[in-house]
Design a protein around this ligand. Structure first.
Ligand code: NAP
Ligand code: ZN
Length: 374
């Protein structure tokens, strides 16, 4: 057996997993400081129960807190700038983020802006005079893995796209993984976000940057995820806490995987689908994965065969059909739209990290699979 390549492995987040984990490990929050800005979306932090658990832990520890609950789905630069203003007024020692990828990603931007009074566009420069505030992250979706990644994906409205920034200081210091917080998720959001986690695992496993450490994470994550697929196909009642728990851990393993490999072209091709057509992030990825897998199979059939084994499918065609069946609504794109989204994707580094040679035709074929007019 040969090693894939040399690698550097860095994962500084302390991941704390289990039911009631905030309560059980609350003393860890005491190590973060005495003032906390809580960053959430409009309602899910409270609906999930995570807000109540976090604030009671903060109160037990005598930590003062303020709430910024205005994070929008797919947060924009303007939205995180508002959070940065709130943070500079309150002067917290740390940020606690509760939610899906949107509040978690926004919190990373706010952690930078809290101590660097810069226009949000400068988040993409990557060098900050002052080290971002530490973050404690509480995911309420099992999807993005943002609680263990150094990335934040934001919407740049005037460029009509989404774009990530990141850096080693943006890994959350703490991640509290409690599957009970995912129980309040509407069924279709559960499916969309679960498929995002799968996309991270698959894109990372097929990445040109994959190494032995990232493979270990991706393989275990896919094995766990594969055991949840039947429940995602059955429907709401099948998503019990045990399934949600495996999805949550698979999602964190996916986050750790892409922290080392980055994502492949599925993610950058999906951003215009979210921006222009409001297709949820995970759903966009799920409808692009079948074409991506078909392309990858021509480059690395052994790896695609391993993915199919983990997901208990015999061919990329049948897996593509299963994934497509999870998303009832469909958007049909014109040729101009297909061309324009491909133009936006071609220059991204995700294309370089993808397996094989990714041409315009490969991207058009990937999009056409689920988005072209009949
Ligand atoms: P999300 O945008 O955070 O949340 C989607 C919706 O689900 C929101 O309406 C949210 O409500 C609601 N919700 C969340 N948790 C809930 C719960 N437990 N119960 C009921 N409702 C709940 O979705 P997401 O898919 O997790 O995150 C997507 C974002 O993450 C995108 O911007 C994507 O680009 C980014 N992303 C980041 C990374 C990374 O490495 N950093 C990786 C992949 C994707 P509220 O608005 O009330 O919270
Ligand atoms: Zn994603």
């Amino acid at each position: 057996m040969q090693l894939q390549s040399s690698f550097s492995f860095f994962m500084p987040t302390r991941v704390l997993h289990g039911q009631n984990i905030i309560q059980d490990e609350q003393s860890r929050l005491g190590e973060m400081g005495t003032r906390c800005l809580i960053v959430t979306g409009a309602s899910s932090a409270k609906a999930s129960g995570a807000f109540q658990d976090l604030t009671s832990a903060l109160e037990n520890l005598g930590i003062r807190y303020e709430l910024f609950d205005q994070v929008e789905p797919n947060p924009s630069l303007e939205n995180v700038a508002q959070g940065g203003d709130a943070a500079r007024r309150f002067e917290p020692d740390f940020i606690a983020a509760i939610g899906g990828g949107s509040p978690l990603d926004a919190a990373k931007a706010i952690a930078v802006l809290a101590v660097n009074d810069i226009p949000p566009q400068q988040l993409y420069d990557g060098h900050f005079a002052n080290t971002p505030l530490p973050i404690a992250a509480v995911p309420t979706t099992a999807g993005t893995g943002s609680e263990v990644t150094p990335y934040s994906v934001l919407t740049i409205t005037d460029q009509e796209t989404k774009k990530g920034f990141g850096g080693p200081d943006l890994f959350p210091k703490l991640a509290f993984l409690d599957p009970r917080y995912c129980q309040s998720l509407p069924f279709q959001v559960s499916v969309d976000t679960a498929v995002d986690a799968l996309s991270h695992l698959v894109e990372g496993y097929l990445s040109a940057r994959a190494n032995d450490a990232s493979d270990m994470l991706a393989e275990r994550g896919m094995a766990l995820w594969g055991t949840c697929l039947p429940a995602l196909q059955i429907g709401e009642g099948a998503l019990d806490t045990a399934v949600r728990d495996r999805l949550l851990v698979a999602s964190a393993l996916g986050g750790m995987t892409i922290s080392h490999t980055g994502t492949a072209y599925v993610h950058s091709l999906g951003y215009p689908l979210t921006f222009y057509h409001d297709i949820p992030h995970g759903q966009a990825n799920g409808l692009l994965l079948p074409g991506f897998l078909r392309h990858a199979e021509s480059v690395n059939p052994d790896r695609v065969a391993a993915i199919l084994r983990h997901l208990d499918h015999r061919s990329t065609k049948s897996l593509g059909d299963t994934l497509a069946s999870l998303f009832p609504r469909r958007v049909q794109l014109s040729q101009d739209e297909l061309d324009s989204y491909v133009e936006k994707t071609l220059p991204t580094k995700n294309v370089t990290h993808s397996p094989g040679t990714v041409t315009r035709e490969v991207l058009i074929n990937t999009l056409a699979e689920n988005f072209s007019r009949p």
